[in-house]
Design a protein around this ligand. Structure first.
Ligand SMILES: [Zn+2]
Length: 215
């Protein structure tokens, strides 16, 4: 896999991790992640969580998520926190990264990072927040995945990418419909690093934090 796409909604991607939710079948090929998205959490989320555990035992499942916090959408925060904590514990037990969805919930994330002893590696997907917030997260096992916001030169994402430690960087298409290569190109210009070197860097980043390696 030359250019890892950390998070995509395109099913059976050649170069990436498809974001699977429990109501769908495991795709016939390719890698995926499995999680309970905060938007769609129901009262009986624990039942769906059982299914997530099953899916996660498949060797093509590379990560837990996307899961996390959203203050603009989804059920009350108490439920979001419970579901997130359960998924973080699962990710830790399986030694897999957790792909984070976080909208106006960074205080909840920081609270979790400070209070939990068993932290999985967390990758904040679609990161486009103030670099000051990102710097606070560097004390913890947190990486950043950048997507289409990198195409906007003055975005928070573009600013943070330039000062983010190279070993904390991932790239993604999410639901943008873009080719992952165009995100690598944009990042390569901002970082002044060749697209090939960047591809190798991101792959090495993945293999450092996960026990399910990619070639
Ligand atoms: Zn997504």
């Amino acid at each position: 896999m030359k250019f890892l796409d950390l998070h995509t909604h395109q099913i059976e991607p050649e170069n990436g991790i498809f974001s699977l939710t429990p109501e769908f079948e495991i795709p016939g090929s390719g890698y995926f992640s499995a999680g309970l998205h905060p938007w769609f959490l129901k009262e009986d989320w624990r039942e769906s969580f059982g299914r997530i555990k099953e899916i996660a035992s498949n060797p093509r499942c590379l990560a837990i998520g996307e899961s996390g916090f959203d203050r603009l959408k989804g059920p009350e925060i108490f439920t979001q926190k419970e579901a997130f904590h359960a998924q973080a514990e699962l990710a830790f037990d399986l030694n897999m990264p957790l792909i984070l969805h976080c909208v106006k919930g960074h205080n909840l994330l920081i609270e979790f990072l400070k209070s939990s002893k068993n932290l999985p590696h967390i990758i904040w997907h679609g990161f486009n927040q103030n670099p000051k917030l990102a710097i606070q997260l560097l004390d913890f096992p947190v990486s950043f995945s950048f997507g289409k916001a990198l195409l906007i030169p003055d975005s928070n994402a573009a600013h943070w990418l330039k000062s983010c430690p190279l070993d904390r960087i991932f790239l993604e298409t999410d639901d943008s419909g873009l080719e992952i290569y165009s995100i690598y190109q944009a990042a390569s210009l901002l970082l002044q690093l060749s697209v090939e070197d960047l591809g190798n860097q991101v792959r090495a980043n993945w293999n450092r934090i996960s026990n399910r390696k990619i070639a």
